[in-house]
Each structure stands twice: as structure tokens, then as C-alpha cells.
Design a protein. Structure first.
Length: 460
């Protein structure tokens, strides 16, 4: 019923958008109307097919609104692009009014997104009031079990409510053993609640070593229509998180390393990076020229500083920066970081480092595909060799392209890393970024960098 209402609303919005676009067209020709009408009907019908296929009408429960909006916008853009492709194929693109088509696409996108935001806010409000929660029974034991219960109780707007709790005491004593007789009786006590419709989902929250008990739980519930979810406690393996499930040749799997994004997502990020870098390099050409002249006047040597760093999957590349130090001999191959009041830093270089303008040539690295606009900052090879064995997860930084700016940098972790604790804090923020990456997080980091990230007392 809810999905049918959503489909009807979307269809109405698409048609309304087409009508509004027609009303706004000042110099419309009467001959345009029939073709515009036919195109509108075709696109509306196509959207009715594509939107469900792309997951637009999936449950919103406990999902961030940005994910829903991105999915909806991508579906609408796809529908429009396919419509244009069909027009090109039949050789009639010029017969559709282009201004009307552009206005329709933009107006409808705004209306679709606006309607979703209003609906999401309304549902969130209703769920805060306790309306229509999905009743969940939770089976398990241990810290993860109690944390799950607390999370549901604390997150009223998530749309879930704890209907029953089955604590398996036998598993708490012997995690790898089969369910005890008392535990089996506790599980059987769930069946009347499920039959009465008082439980809609069952969450099994157990350590990964309790496979025999998980099987017993599923066996007990297999003759019911209740939805069963498995929430394994991967921390028993010394892991902080896992991603999945994944399908590998028909086998179910969890990814227990820092997650890799899907190739389509990485392609989109790469396209954005290169376009952003091309625009930045074009717009900043006068700034590049002024900095180059200032560097040449301040001290002899090259304009750029080049150094080898590790990028995606640990592949080495040459990073570019504006030279900020006087040319000097390296001390026996040992890396010497810049320190406060470092005599090697030129006056021009000190300004460049304080404002992060010395990093601008890295847009060349982004354009070449070696770096990203946003990502973990690349460290000197000597630091990689030093810290990789000392800091858990350091190696996972290589699972993404290094960035010009990053989550660690906008949170104050930049400049000299003269203590292990400083580097560990930076790595912790990098891993948070990898596990929580989204296009919106990238945009947040870019905007924060533009307004706040170009200066700081930690850079010298």
C-alpha cells in the first residue's frame, strides 16, 4: 500500500513538472505540444519501471536520507538520459523543445527531492512518537547483544522497537557449545509471540564462534514467516567492523578489511576528481605563476619539490609540491621533518606551508589519476616503513587513493608527527573516512577545507 502511494505521488510529480515547464516556456510553438506530450507519457511510463528496479521504493527505515535522495536523483537522471538516447536513435531530437525538456528535468528533480524530504521528516516525527515501529525480538548474549538493545532503545526514529529479548545464558558460559536445554525452551517461547503477530523480525546477536547455536535458532524459527537477521559480533576476531554480505561465486562472505567501494562508485569518484582538478588548475594558473616567481626570487633551485610516496594499493608515485625550503643536502638518507622555526624554510615557503598553497601542484597528481581530491594524506616512504608495524590499520590507508585533503586534516591532524600518538590519531581518522565514505562526506571535507582548512598553527 505504501509503495503504491509512493508510485502514484511520483507519477503525479513527473506529470506536474512537465506541465509547469510548459507554462514557463514563453515562446512555445503549438506544434511542440503533441510531441512533448508523447515524450512525457513515455518518460513517465519508463520511470514507473526504472524507479522500482533501482530501489527507489525500498523501506526508508533506519536509512540515512542522503542515500535515499542520491538513489532517487540517479534514477531520474537515468530515465531522462535513456529518453534522450531513444530520441537520438529514432532521429527526432530536434523536434522536442530543448528549453522545455531542461526545465522539466530540473523542476521534476526539485519536486521529487522536496517531496521525499517532507515525507522523510514526517515519518521521522511519527516514529519519534512511537507510531508504526517494527517489532523486533533479539536473541543473543554478550556485550554486542546488550549494545544492540541499547541502540534500538536510544534511536527512536530508527523505526524499530524491542518486542522481546531472549538471553542465552548457556552460550554466555560456553560460546562454542550447542544451545542448552534452558536456552532451547527460551527460544521456543518466541513462537507464540510470532504467531500472534507481536514479533515481525528476529535478530540473532551472537559471537561468530557460536555457529551451533545460530543453527539451532534458525531451525527453531524456520517454520515461521518472521524475518531473521544475523548480526555477528566480529570483535571476537579482533576486528572493529565488517562489510557485507558479499556474493563470491555463489558463496556468502563478509569483508573484514577496510571496505573497498564498488567499481562504479570508484569510477564516479575518479571522474569527479579529474574534472575538479582540471577546473582548479585552469582557474589557478595566475596563482601558480605568481607563486613560481616568488619561489625563484626567494632562493635558488627548482620551483617544484618532488618526492616518492605510496598511492593506491601501495604503488609508488611522484608527488608534486611547491618548493618551500632552501635546497640542502639530505642527511644520510634519513628523513628530517620540518619543525617550528626551521631554518631551511624560506620566508615565501613559510607562507605557502601555513596556507597550504604548497600543496596546489598535487592537482597535477589528481589529473594523472595518482591522487584524489579527498583521501588519506600520503606520507613519506620512511614514515610508512616506520609506522606500518606500529599502528593497527596503517596499511589499510593504501586501499584508497591518497588525497590533497582529508578527514584527518579538517579535524586538526596536520603538520609534524613527532610522536606516535599524533600519527595514530591521524590514521584513526583516515580509517573512519574509509569506512564511512560517501560523496556527501567528500563534499563536506572539500567545503570545510575551502573555508577553514588553508591555515593552521600545526603547519610550519
Amino acid at each position: 500500500m505504501k509503495q503504491a502511494i509512493a508510485r502514484f505521488c511520483d507519477t503525479t510529480i513527473i506529470v506536474t513538472g512537465a506541465m509547469l515547464a510548459g507554462k514557463l516556456e514563453l515562446h512555445a510553438s503549438p506544434s511542440d505540444a503533441p510531441l512533448n506530450f508523447l515524450f512525457c507519457v513515455a518518460i513517465t511510463a519508463f520511470a514507473a519501471v526504472v524507479f522500482p528496479m533501482t530501489g527507489v521504493y525500498r523501506s526508508w527505515r533506519a536509512r540515512p536520507i542522503r542515500h535515499l535522495l542520491v538513489r532517487l536523483l540517479a534514477a531520474w537522471v537515468s530515465v531522462q538520459l535513456v529518453g534522450l538516447a531513444v530520441l537520438l536513435f529514432i532521429g527526432k531530437p530536434a523536434e522536442i523543445s530543448n528549453p522545455w525538456l531542461y526545465r522539466w528535468a530540473l523542476i521534476t528533480a526539485a519536486l521529487l527531492l522536496g517531496a521525499r524530504i517532507v515525507a522523510y521528516a514526517g515519518l521521522r516525527r511519527l516514529r519519534l512518537l512511537g507510531v508504526d515501529p517494527r517489532r523486533v525480538a533479539i536473541i543473543g548474549t554478550g556485550v554486542h547483544f546488550h549494545e544492540t538493545i541499547d541502540l534500538i532503545d536510544a534511536n527512536n526514529c530508527g523505526g524499530f522497537a524491542v518486542a522481546d529479548v531472549v538471553m542465552l545464558k548457556g552460550v554466555a558460559r560456553y560460546p562454542s557449545a550447542e544451545a542448552s536445554q534452558s536456552d532451547k525452551q527460551e527460544l521456543a517461547g518466541l513462537l507464540p509471540l510470532i504467531s500472534a503477530g507481536e514479533v515481525e523480525e528476529v535478530w540473532i546477536v551472537l559471537p561468530v564462534s557460536s555457529d551451533a547455536v545460530v543453527i539451532r535458532c534458525i531451525e527453531t524459527l524456520k517454520h515461521t514467516l518472521v524475518k531473521i537477521r544475523l548480526l555477528p559480533d566480529v570483535r571476537a576476531l579482533g576486528l572493529q567492523s565488517a562489510c557485507g554480505p558479499l556474493d563470491l561465486m555463489g558463496l556468502s562472505a563478509l569483508s573484514v578489511s577496510a571496505p573497498h567501494s564498488a567499481s562504479s562508485v570508484l569510477t564516479g569518484k575518479d571522474v569527479f576528481d579529474r574534472l575538479f582538478a582540471a577546473c582548479a588548475l585552469t582557474a589557478l594558473l595566475p596563482v601558480f605563476a605568481a607563486i613560481a616567481v616568488a619561489i625563484k626570487m626567494s632562493s635558488p633551485g627548482s620551483i617544484f619539490f618532488r618526492q616518492r610516496r605510496k598511492g593506491l594499493n601501495g604503488r609508488p608515485f611522484t608527488i608534486y609540491k611547491f618548493r618551500s625550503m632552501r635546497v640542502h643536502a639530505h642527511g644520510g638518507g634519513k628523513l628530517q621533518q620540518a619543525t617550528r622555526n626551521d631554518s631551511r624554510v624560506t620566508p615565501v615557503g613559510r607562507f605557502l606551508r601555513r596556507t597550504s598553497l604548497d600543496e596546489l601542484p598535487q592537482f597535477i597528481n589528481v589529473l594523472r589519476g595518482e591522487m584524489s581530491v579527498v583521501g588519506p594524506r600520503p606520507h613519506a616512504l620512511e614514515h610508512d616503513d616506520l609506522y606500518a608495524p606500529l599502528i593497527d590499520g596503517y596499511i589499510d590507508r593504501y586501499r584508497a587513493k591518497p588525497g590533497i585533503t582529508g578527514w584527518a586534516q579538517i579535524n586538526g591532524h596536520r603538520g609534524e608527527t613527532d610522536r606516535l600518538e599524533k600519527m595514530a590519531a591521524r590514521v584513526e581518522h583516515d580509517l573512519y573516512y574509509l569506512r564511512n565514505w560517501s560523496f556527501w562526506l567528500d563534499m563536506r571535507i572539500v567545503v570545510t577545507t575551502l573555508f577553514h582548512g588553508f591555515t593552521g598553527s600545526q603547519a610550519y
